[in-house]
Unconditional design. Structure first.
Length: 120
């Protein structure tokens, strides 16, 4: 098998003093490291962004009197419908029978009374 990749460049000697000389010539104030530095270099940038307007709310806002305490108000939506307690509500007699048989088979499937005898 022939490898077609170019050879890795190799530097025969590394002189760390060259880095020190290069670092001495750099001025940290002139370096742009990230987006914050770029934003600082353009002072008129904040004028480019338009004001945000959310508009009027669709529903009236009820202001609660504040006594310095934070609270959460939860509205009870109410689940008082007839199908909330009976899962077979609205089913035909055939569907109710089929559902009851399914529940009995499921219950029998998960019974674990003779597991010790099955495992040996």
């Amino acid at each position: 098998m022939k490898i077609d990749e170019p050879k890795t460049p190799y530097v025969s000697q590394y002189d760390p003093t060259e880095d020190d000389e290069e670092m001495a010539t750099l001025d940290a104030k002139d370096l742009m490291v990230d987006e914050l530095d770029k934003a600082k270099s353009r002072p008129g940038r904040s004028k480019d962004i338009p004001e945000l307007d959310l508009g009027e709310p669709e529903e009236p806002i009820e202001r609660m009197p504040s006594d310095g305490e934070k609270r959460v108000i939860v509205e009870d939506v109410g689940h008082d419908g007839p199908g909330d307690e009976d899962p077979t509500y609205g089913m035909t007699p055939e569907e109710k029978k089929k559902h009851l048989e399914f529940e009995q088979r499921r219950k029998a499937h998960y019974e674990m009374h003779d597991v010790k005898g099955m495992l040996g």
